[in-house]
Design a protein around this ligand. Structure first.
Ligand code: DMJ
Length: 645
């Protein structure tokens, strides 16, 4: 009896394998089948053994074989070795042999280092809490999803790109102004070129030590903060080769899958804001993709009992926490309140409403809370949802929260009435409780601390002059003139804080106490770190009034920066603006390129460059276009934005 299985195609019968005494002839065919399998099994075991032997043989024997292979295939000229005992073993002499050994050594070291790294990572994992591990797994999952998206080269859903008006130009007609603008551009070149030479890829530059620098807000990784922050300034200045250089670095190196704990706020305003602005200006898809990748990494920061995000998040594990110094584990108003603009754009560009929902949730929560004297305290606990200390400031810790309420309204083409109302209410309370006039007639914004007003104004609060001017149009009960005037008063006060120093650069904060007006008193407040806020206010006031004093004040500041902050290796902050021999702090802040130089350049440009009815600047001076969202259907999500209450 034969079985069809044993009949080969040729029709010739395969002789049965004799693997032992024939038994049970009625099972003969079945036995032949098993025999074939056994043969196959032996064969595959043999192959496996050969492979295994290669990997488990001691190093030296492996290398001998490797040598032979190389000899045969790659090194035909080597001497087979006269008188060699074994003619099958080839010897490689001289520099070739040396190079070869070095290469082997390098490979061996690499394998060893990889093993050690894997072991370290495994150990580190075992040390982590269950919560951390879970968050890590989630982040890894997100990463895989994201990477798959990119590998597939799946473009993000197409959306109508807003009308991009005035992304270049602004050439001044006046010769003197044109020269000033050129000078600012030259300063930008100096800052960029030195960063390019000495700090490339690092977050910032130490212009005196001529090496990279990184403050803790960017975590422990080299994320090229200066590159991302500077891109749009390079673009509007027409520095296109430099822009392209930055773009290439981002394409090849900017990676957010790093075990690094970063500030959610700083990364949002500088990186996401910078990437989005670069995307809108240049149309290069890579910037949008990177912005979305990074935004996904920030999302775990919102996993708190209230949805108020942590101040910091580890980009790899997704674990978040707050600054140790912030009132009883609180999150900070200016940090969780300065995400709105970028997150709305992310939802707009991706069609994914998650970003929109996160920031609207924060807004809803704030609306429900009690506000002492109508003021928003700077600290909010993300676990309990209660305010921390009752401190209120329009400077550090509070500032850009108010700015983003106004800008949310402007960015929505003035349809986000809820944001405008929150802004108007907040500004009324600020004017009533925090804004005062000094004996010498200077209007300043104080800080509310422990039930009383501290008559101290920070450099950061100087941005508010520009904000009041920007918010004048559309203000309640037609107080446009009043707010423009208030903006001008703040600009004047901040200019005084510059003018009353030896270097004509403003201190970090200044007092209004008796005879002391607009002057820093404590040594620790006398520094200037290349901040932009005063120049920012000059620029807004210039746009709204065209009063030449703002260009003049801006030029004074530019000259002072050039004289006291410029060093051979870039620009540096100074430690004491009241000392005529400045000591440098040796840091070229990324915001100097993103903001200070951009606002100066705009101050000496025509109004057709980035016109304010088409562009809204985020708090790091990254311009984002106005979105006409009233009836927008987001492709992908197919959901309407709903601003109206
Ligand atoms: C910038 O990073 C931003 O303007 C932020 O809102 C506050 N301060 C710095 C510059 O001073």
């Amino acid at each position: 009896m034969t079985t069809p299985a044993l009949l080969p195609l040729s029709g010739r019968r395969i002789p049965p394998l004799n693997l032992g005494p024939p038994s049970f002839p009625h099972h003969r065919a079945t036995l032949r089948l098993s025999e074939k399998f056994i043969l196959l099994l032996i064969l595959s075991a043999f192959i496996t053994l050969c492979f295994g032997a290669f990997f488990f043989l001691p190093d030296s024997s492996k290398h001998k074989r490797f040598d032979l292979g190389l000899e045969d295939v790659l090194i035909p000229h080597v001497d087979a070795g006269k008188g060699a005992k074994n003619p099958g073993v080839f010897l490689i002499h001289g520099p070739d042999e040396h190079r070869h050994r070095e290469e082997e050594e390098r490979l061996r070291n690499k394998i060893r280092a990889d093993h050690e790294k894997a072991l370290e990572e495994a150990k580190e994992k075992l040390r982590k809490s269950r919560e951390e591990i879970r968050a890590e797994i989630q982040t890894e999952k997100n990463k895989v999803v994201q990477e798959m998206k990119i590998k597939e080269n799946k473009p993000l859903p197409p959306v109508p790109i807003p009308n991009l008006v005035g992304i270049s130009g602004g050439d001044p007609e006046d010769n003197d102004i044109r020269e000033k603008r050129e000078k600012i551009k030259e300063m930008m070149k100096h800052a960029w070129d030195n960063y390019r030479t000495y700090g490339w890829g690092h977050n910032e530059l130490r212009p005196i030590a001529r090496k990279g620098h990184s403050p803790n807000i960017f975590g422990s990784s080299q994320m090229g903060a200066t590159i991302v922050d500077a891109l749009d300034t390079l673009y509007i200045m027409g520095l296109h080769a430099e822009f392209l250089d930055g773009q290439r670095w981002i394409e090849d190196n900017l990676d957010f899958s790093v075990n690094s704990e970063v500030s959610v706020f700083e990364v949002n305003i500088r990186f996401i804001g910078g990437l989005l602005a670069a995307y809108y200006l240049s149309g290069e898809e890579i910037f949008k993709i990177k912005a979305v990748q990074l935004a996904e990494k920030l999302l775990p920061a919102f996993n708190t009992p209230t949805g108020i995000p942590w101040a910091m998040v580890n980009l790899k594990s997704g674990v978040g926490r707050n600054w140790g110094w912030a009132s009883a584990g609180s999150s900070i108003l200016a940090e969780f309140g300065t995400l709105h603009m970028e997150f709305i754009h992310l939802s707009y560009l991706t069609g994914d409403l998650i970003y929109y929902k996160k920031v609207m949730h924060i807004r809803k929560l704030l609306q429900k809370m009690d506000r002492p004297n109508g003021l928003y305290p700077n600290y909010l606990n993300p676990r309990t949802g209660r305010w921390g200390q009752y401190h209120t400031s329009v400077g550090g810790l509070g500032d850009s929260f108010y700015e983003y309420l106004l800008k949310a309204w402007l960015m929505s083409d003035k349809t986000d009435h809820e944001a405008r109302k929150m802004y108007d209410d907040a500004i009324e309370a600020i004017e009533k409780h925090l804004i005062k006039k000094s004996r010498g007639g200077l209007v300043f914004i104080g800080e509310w601390k422990n039930g009383h007003l501290e008559k101290k104004m920070g450099h950061l609060a100087c941005f508010a002059g520009g904000m009041f001017a920007l918010g004048a149009d559309g203000s309640r009960t037609d107080k446009a003139g009043h707010y423009l005037e208030l903006g001008a008063e703040i600009a004047r006060t901040c200019h005084e804080s510059y003018d009353r120093t030896a270097l004509k650069l403003g201190p970090e904060s200044f007092k209004f106490d008796g005879a002391v007006e607009a002057v820093a008193v404590r040594q620790a407040e006398k520094y200037y770190i290349l901040r932009p806020e005063v120049i920012e206010t000059y620029w807004y006031l210039w746009r709204f009034t065209h009063d030449p004093r703002y260009r003049q004040w801006g030029w004074e500041a530019a000259l002072a920066i050039e004289k006291y902050c410029r060093v051979t290796g870039g620009f540096s902050g100074v430690k004491d603006v009241y000392s005529s021999t400045p000591t440098h702090d040796d840091v070229q802040q990324s915001f100097f390129l993103a903001e200070t130089l951009k606002y100066l350049y705009l101050l000496f440009s025509g109004d057709d460059l980035l016109p304010l009815d088409h562009w809204v600047f985020n708090t790091e001076a990254h311009p984002l276009p106005v979105l006409h969202l009233a009836n927008t259907t987001l492709s992908g999500a197919r959901v309407h934005f709903c601003y109206h209450v």
